[in-house]
Every structure is written in structure tokens, then in C-alpha cells.
Design a protein around this ligand. Structure first.
Ligand code: MIC
Ligand code: SF4
Length: 645
């Protein structure tokens, strides 16, 4: 029986477990990446492990999220990460060099290799045929130390692409269509593999847009084959030697098949407040807009910028609209300048931002009250833009650019004829904003520069014999990490200070939660399905840990967040019967009797007693060998320390 590309790469990297769907496997990690908002914590964890030099083939630390530097905190974090990178053998991409995923694709990604990154959009690397997975910072720290990374051996979904995109229909519309069909929960436990004749019609930046936003499906990752088009892209980056062909066997067997005829797609938009709330321009109708933001790791490539410049040429941004553009990397920005694209955008009235995440993570450019904003980004969760009642629509750069001119959501096909956009044969390669690490001999003398805002990892404790605690919060379905641990310009600078950032935990849902949880000392959170979707931020587990959360009981979890809870030593529980969600109210006291003994004995199903109502509620606690030991130890850090001894 033939193998899918996903299975081929996973099997070639298998170091623990059996390649059986649904079972946990450990894989060797060739490359890691971090960004600054998750990186400070990841490097504190790496330091705590006491490994002198990274044991991967390549590890890169990027600064791209917290670049506003409104106060000393971000700059201190940048300095800290730069010094850790220098000391421990990590390449350091300095602020201004670009968004981690864009730069990694351009300068570091290698087909057939494994990459994990402390950012949920790491699957961007799937655009050149890597198995690239988003993970919590602690998992990345362990991988940097040479440890395996654990995932469930996935089901593989084949997305069979046929046909060719019509003029002004974009790669963004492909992933929006996949989201429309599969939903934000549709990818859990799965890898999405793109195949079929249609693949050949898509360039690497287009493929990367698709794998990037595959994160919104909840998928483990997404991947395209590595072919002649990949080769050309890598050659144009001056890295042709790292290319290899990567593809599924012709008789590969898939768990699910989704057919998409590219020729039939139309321009789409994800409407507020979920990436799977997808409608066509026609369905949305004539929507007046206030803002357009172009950029983010999904749509900030040179190809995207070429299309945007073409549309803006000789035009003026509509008087009621603010247009911002953030190119994805220094390479993109530099080439835009050389090719004259930048001056077209400036002349049209665009507000050019630095090459960083910026508005995507609420770092500036929040829309006006109730403002309607079209963004080429990947997430439109409630409040993420920094304006609580902002209405965010996720669209292609083509749709965004033309709408900025007309002042309302406009089908880009109205532009008329589309020229052929051809990527340059050679990209401008200038890695002067990447600082290389010190040699092994010099490393001992490198001083780690710590600012006063950098606080240690919160205290952990081994799993208690029994847990009796009240429910401090009950929330609905589809709670995102932006609910649990909001980001934005005010809160992000606290990423390296868990006591301070925990004061913002869940405040989007309930302002009083942090104080209440702290006063209770220990408590439990109850939630609905797909709890923790979105970001890889382990702060969404570390802040609850700091606030005394012992267990989270929900209908279902998103993959990375569940792993982060286990890593933080917080019990992840799911209802056996989803209807029991209604049998618990906020304030009820729950008892998990003899929980340590049960976990130790490998019991995966037991009952929780609602002491307030007397009802017994069956729950699942699926912890296998390794995750069981992590939980008993009080989290991955303690477990790793014990195992390194
Ligand atoms: C995001 O897009 O939500 C982020 C900010 O990039 C996060 C990481 C973080 O919270 O620092 C992600 O996607 O993992
Ligand atoms: Fe940055 Fe936005 Fe991409 Fe997250 S989704 S890495 S915040 S650009």
C-alpha cells in the first residue's frame, strides 16, 4: 500500500511509537523557530533544561510580534532573545527582518524536513513540502535540546485540486473554501495534503498562503508536494541545493478526500467573528468599509505586493478608508522598493508599516468603534483587532486592494483583465539582519541580558492525590486563545511576566475572572467544544496555572492548547456525554477523588462528583504513557528535568 507524503516524512523521522493512526508518536525535529511573543518564555524554559547548545540542524529566533516598543519591555525581550540565541547556537532574525513564517520560507525551509515553531502558523513551511507544526514554547525548547516532539499519528486528508484559478480569484479563496467546507474544527487530528493537477498551477507563495491558514482548520499541519515549482523558488532564493522532490506514492491511501475545482472558485470573505464564517462577495452585498489592512504571514509575499501595487497604480485610497500595508519581510520590502511598487502604494495613500505582524495581533491599527475592516490576515476572532466591536472580514490581497479604492467590499473580478504576475528569477538575497551565533569556544563568554520585566516560569507541583475545587468560570463553544489570553499592544509586552499577564486572563469573557480565581486559590474551568482554538501561546495555559486552575473540563479541545495544558500540569478532561455540560454551573464544587492514583493506574475514564448537586459526571482523561508521566510530575518542565538527570 502506497504512502502519503505526510506519512513518508513522519516515518523517516519516527523515534518513538508506532505509525498507527490515532496513536502517539515521537518524531525527530530538524528545525525549530520561535517568535518573540512566545520566545522569551521558550528560551527561559530552554535555559532551565541546562543544554548548552541546540541539537537541531537549524534553530532560528525571530523578532516580529512585539515591535511597537511602547516602553522598555519589548526591547528588553528582544535583547534577551538575541543574547540567548548567540550563546546557544541559534540564528537571530533581528526586528525589521520580517515575519517568522515568511522569512523562514524564504531563507531556511527545506523540503522533506521537520520543523516545529512556537507559533500556530508554522505550517506555512508546508508550502515547500516540509512537515511544519505549531507547538507550545516548551515543546520547542525540548526539541532544541534534542528531544522528540510528540503528536498523534494523524489521519491524512487529500485535497484534490483540479482546474486553474480564474483571474482575480486567489490562493486565499482556496483556503477560505476549505474552511467553509470543513470548519474550524474540521482538521483536528488530521494533516491536509494538497494533491492533483491543480497543484502545478500554484506558485510557492500561493501554496504557503494555503498551508499557513490551514492552522484555522485545527489541523496538525498542511503540506504541498515539493516539485519543479518549489525548485525554481528555492533557486531564486539562491538555495537550489536544498531542494529535493517530495511527493505521495501514486497509490497512496487517504482517510478522506475533498475535491476542489479551482476554476469554479469565486472571491470569498470570512465574516465576523470566525475564519469559517465564509461567504461570497455576492452573498455579502455592498458593504461600506472603514479600513483595509494588507499583510500578515498569510498574505505578505512579493507576489501579493505585486498584485496590490498593480491594482493601486494611479488610484487614490477612498476618503473614508484607511489602508495599511505591512510587507512580510525585509526581502519583500527591499524588492518592492527596487521594483517601484512601494512608490505606487505611497502615491495611492497607503500607510506603510514595518515588516512585522503589526495589526494582525492588535499591535496598532485597531479600527474605529464598530468599524468594518477588510484584512488579508488569518484570524478575525472577537476583539483581536483591539477594537471590541470591530467587524473584521478576512479576504485576499486583490479584494482588499480594490475595496480600499472603491470604499466598499468589492469583487476583484470587477477590475477587468488580469496581467500575468511572474515571480522574479532571482530574489534579492541579503541576510545582513540575521545575527549568527557565537562559536562553541566563544559561547561561554556571552552574557545573557535580562530586563526587569522578565520573570521566571510559574511554580508547579506534582499532581495532587485528590482535587476538590469550585468552577471559577464556565464558557461556551469555540473559545479561542484570544479569549483566554488576549494579545494586543497593551498586553503583549507582558508575555515574559506571567504574574502580570495573568491579570488579563479571560477578561474578554469576564473582567472579574483573574481576581476571583486568585482568591479561590484553586479552581476548575468548564467549557464547550473546540476549547483553546487559535494560537500556540502557552500563556493561555501558564496564566491559568498561575491563577490556580487545576483542571479544564470541556466538550473537546484544540490540539496545541491541550498539549500546552498538559505541559503546564493542568488536567485536560472531556465530557463522556456532552449533555453533562449543562449539569455544571459556575460556582459548583467538583471533586476528582483519588485522581493521582487513577492517572497513575492509566485509568482514562472515571467520574467527577458535582458536590453542589450530587450528580456524578463521567469524564475522559486520555493521558498515555508519556503524557501521564508529565502530568504526574507537574508538567513538562519538571518531567524533562527529571529525565535529564
Ligand atoms: C497569533 O497569530 O495568534 C500569534 C500571535 O501569532 C500566536 C502566537 C502568540 O500568541 O504569540 C500563534 O498563532 O501561535
Ligand atoms: Fe504574526 Fe499574525 Fe502570523 Fe500570528 S497570524 S504569526 S500574529 S502575522
Amino acid at each position: 500500500m502506497g504512502l502519503t507524503l505526510t506519512e513518508k516524512i513522519l516515518r523517516a523521522h519516527l523515534v518513538d511509537g508506532e505509525p498507527v493512526k490515532g496513536q502517539e508518536i515521537g518524531i525527530r525535529i530538524d528545525q525549530t523557530l520561535t517568535q518573540d511573543a512566545t520566545g522569551t518564555m521558550a528560551y527561559l524554559e530552554f535555559e532551565a533544561m541546562g543544554v548548552p547548545r541546540v541539537r537541531t540542524e537549524r534553530s532560528v529566533a525571530y523578532i516580529d510580534h512585539n515591535t511597537l516598543q511602547n516602553g522598555f519591555e519589548n526591547a528588553d525581550d528582544h535583547r534577551f532573545i538575541g543574547s540567548v540565541a548567540k550563546k546557544h547556537g541559534i540564528h537571530f532574525s533581528r526586528p525589521g527582518n520580517g515575519i517568522c513564517h515568511q522569512v523562514h520560507l524564504e531563507r531556511y525551509g527545506i523540503p522533506g524536513k521537520t520543523l516545529i515553531g512556537s507559533d500556530s502558523h508554522t505550517p506555512t513551511g508546508g508550502g515547500i513540502g516540509m512537515i511544519a507544526i505549531g507547538a507550545g514554547g516548551l515543546d520547542v525548547a525540548v526539541a532544541m535540546g534534542g528531544g522528540a516532539y510528540y503528536i498523534t499519528y494523524p489521519q491524512v486528508v487529500k485535497v484534490n485540486l483540479t482546474g486553474k484559478l480564474s483571474p482575480w480569484v486567489a490562493a486565499k479563496d482556496v483556503i477560505l473554501e476549505v474552511l467553509r467546507r470543513l470548519s474550524v474544527k474540521g482538521g483536528v487530528g488530521k494533516v491536509i495534503e494538497y494533491c492533483g493537477e491543480g497543484v502545478k498551477t500554484l506558485s510557492v507563495p500561493e501554496r504557503a498562503t494555503i498551508t499557513n491558514m490551514g492552522a484555522e482548520l485545527g489541523a496538525t499541519t498542511s503540506i504541498f508536494p515539493s516539485d519543479e515549482i518549489t525548485k525554481q523558488f528555492l533557486e531564486a532564493q539562491g538555495r537550489g541545493e536544498v531542494w529535493s522532490e517530495q511527493s505521495a506514492d501514486p497509490d497512496a491511501v487517504y482517510d478522506e478526500v475533498v475535491d476542489i475545482n479551482l476554476s469554479e472558485l469565486v472571491p470569498l470573505a470570512a465574516c465576523p467573528h470566525s475564519p469559517d464564517n465564509v461567504k461570497s462577495c455576492e452573498e455579502i452585498g455592498k458593504l461600506k468599509i472603514d479600513q483595509v489592512c494588507i499583510g500578515s504571514c498569510t498574505n505578505s509575499s512579493l507576489l501579493d505586493m505585486m498584485k496590490v501595487a498593480h491594482i493601486l497604480k494611479g488610484k487614490t485610497v477612498h476618503p473614508d478608508v484607511s489602508l495599511s500595508i505591512a510587507p512580510g519581510s525585509k526581502q519583500v520590502l527591499n524588492m518592492m522598493a527596487d521594483m517601484g511598487l512601494l512608490s505606487i502604494m505611497i502615491a495611492a495613500g497607503a500607510r506603510i508599516l514595518e515588516s512585522a505582524c503589526g495589526p494582525c495581533i492588535g499591535m496598532g491599527q485597531s479600527p474605529n468603534s464598530g468599524g468594518i475592516s477588510l484584512r488579508t490576515f488569518n484570524r478575525n476572532f472577537l476583539g483581536r483587532s483591539g477594537t471590541k466591536d470591530g467587524q473584521i472580514y478576512l479576504v485576499s490581497p486583490e479584494l482588499a486592494a480594490i475595496s480600499a479604492v472603491t470604499g466598499y467590499l468589492t469583487d476583484p473580478r470587477e477590475i477587468g483583465e488580469m496581467p500575468e504576475f511572474v515571480l522574479p528569477e532571482k530574489f534579492t538575497v541579503n541576510d545582513n539582519m540575521i545575527a549568527l551565533p557565537a562559536s562553541e569556544e566563544e559561547a561561554a563568554d556571552v552574557e545573557i541580558l535580562r530586563g526587569p520585566n522578565i520573570k521566571p516560569y510559574p511554580e508547579t507541583a506534582p499532581l495532587e492525590a485528590s482535587i476538590e475545587a469550585p468552577v471559577s468560570l464556565k464558557v461556551e463553544d469555540n473559545i479561542t486563545t484570544d479569549h483566554i489570553m488576549p494579545a494586543g499592544a497593551k498586553i503583549l509586552p507582558l508575555r515574559s511576566n506571567i504574574p502580570a499577564i495573568s491579570q488579563h486572563c479571560f477578561t474578554v469573557c469576564d473582567e472579574a475572572f483573574p481576581t476571583r480565581a486568585k482568591e479561590l486559590g484553586k479552581s476548575i474551568i468548564v467549557g464547550g467544544s473546540n476549547y483553546g482554538q487559535g494560537s500556540s501561546r502557552e500563556h493561555a495555559a501558564l496564566a491559568p496555572l498561575y491563577l490556580g486552575i487545576k483542571a479544564v473540563l470541556v466538550k473537546s479541545f484544540a490540539r496545541i492548547h491541550r498539549a500546552n495544558l498538559v505541559n503546564a500540569g493542568i488536567l485536560p478532561l472531556t465530557f463522556v456525554n456532552e449533555a453533562d455540560y449543562d449539569a455544571i454551573a459556575q460556582g459548583d464544587v467538583l471533586e476528582l477523588a483519588d485522581i493521582r492514583a487513577k492517572v497513575e493506574a492509566g485509568e482514562t475514564q472515571f467520574t467527577v462528583l458535582n458536590k453542589t448537586t450530587g450528580k456524578e459526571i463521567p469524564v475522559l482523561c486520555e493521558l498515555t504513557g508519556r503524557t501521564k508521566d508529565i502530568m504526574l510530575a507537574g508538567g513538562l518542565l519538571d518531567y524533562t528535568r527529571e529525565n535529564l538527570k
